[in-house]
Design a protein around this ligand. Structure first.
Ligand SMILES: C[S@@+](CC[C@H](N)C(=O)[O-])C[C@H]1O[C@@H](n2cnc3c(N)ncnc32)[C@H](O)[C@@H]1O
Length: 295
């Protein structure tokens, strides 16, 4: 069987199994992964015969995809903010919508860095693959080096395997972020200029948990108590003690949670509270500033 024949067969099987996904794209990605060839090489030389060893590997990969396993878990990596990140079943696969949070965190960080502070400290709670912390490190390291601001970026997660994964991603991308295990802020010391988090925020009874990619992702990364608001509320309540004066907290949340999240911020005396929308025009990230430790 050659590339072209395999692509036709695999695309058709995938389209049948997951009609809402693009079977052709997935088939091509799997073939690239198994052969180590580029998309162009495969399409330009599609009459190439597939070796028996590669073929049996492809059958196993296709089988996993046919069962609905996310492509990112099958390949073991995912692109986020132009970084290539290792992914694993211990945590969430980074989503493009999370880049909204990174963009806003960068905007706020750059504003604060204009004042040439001696230190700049940033904390990512529930870091998972390290996606947010590493994306921010990739942008802020050079700026801070240029102006001699000492940059500290910390990422924590309660799942040890996620911490190990984040560390592997720091190494892979040669970025300097300190990752360690902590139940939210419990093991964290010191204060920060910026705290960011994409915590679990799905209600345990949400029907979407049994659909699509999330079926394969761990509940520890998805589900929170209090109809999904438990972790968001906990972080909003605890963060002030860990923020420098004028520091900001940015939280990703569900598309229907903006109003309630703003009200939790307001109830806890945060200032300049605002919500940003994602690429689908849904409320996705809410943030607030903390003036001083005294209320
Ligand atoms: C929605 S995922 C986000 C992962 C990553 N930050 C991202 O945006 O792709 C939530 C993460 O929070 C972690 N988490 C859940 N409960 C936690 C807790 N009590 N303390 C620290 N991290 C927690 C999960 O293990 C998971 O990695």
């Amino acid at each position: 069987m050659n590339y072209q024949q395999w692509l036709v067969q695999a695309s058709s099987a995938l389209n049948q199994a997951n009609p809402q996904e693009n079977g052709k794209t997935d088939a091509l990605v799997l073939l690239q992964f198994a052969t180590g060839k580029s998309r162009t090489q495969i399409l330009a030389f599609d009459e190439t015969e597939i070796e028996e060893k590669v073929r049996s590997n492809l059958t196993a990969l296709l089988d996993r995809r046919l069962k609905g396993e996310p492509i990112a878990y099958i390949l073991g990596e995912k692109e986020f903010w132009s970084l290539s990140l290792n992914v694993a079943e211990s945590t969430l696969i980074p989503r493009p919508d999370t880049e909204i949070l990174v963009e806003q965190a960068l905007r706020i960080a750059k504003e604060k860095l204009q004042k040439n502070p001696p230190h700049f400290r940033l904390l990512d709670l529930g870091t998972g693959t390290g996606a947010i912390a590493l994306a921010l490190a990739s942008e802020l390291t050079r700026i801070c080096e240029k102006q001699a601001t000492e940059l500290t970026i910390i990422g924590v997660d309660v799942i040890p395997e996620a911490v190990a994964l984040a560390k592997s991603n720091a190494e892979k991308n040669q970025l300097n972020v300190l990752f360690f295990q902590s139940q939210w802020l419990e093991q964290v010391e010191g204060t920060f200029d910026l705290i960011v988090s994409n915590p679990p925020y799905i209600d345990e009874n949400d029907e979407h948990l049994s659909q699509g990619d999330v079926r394969f992702e761990p509940l520890s990364a998805l589900v929170a108590t209090e109809q999904g608001y438990g972790d968001l509320r906990h972080i909003i309540e605890q963060a002030p003690a860990y923020l420098n004066e004028g520091g900001a907290l940015l939280l990703e949340h569900g598309w229907q949670q903006g109003e309630k999240v703003r009200s939790i911020f307001a109830k806890n005396h945060w200032e300049k509270i605002a919500t940003l929308r994602d690429y689908g025009d849904n409320e996705r990230v809410t943030y607030g500033f903390w003036k001083s430790y005294e209320i």
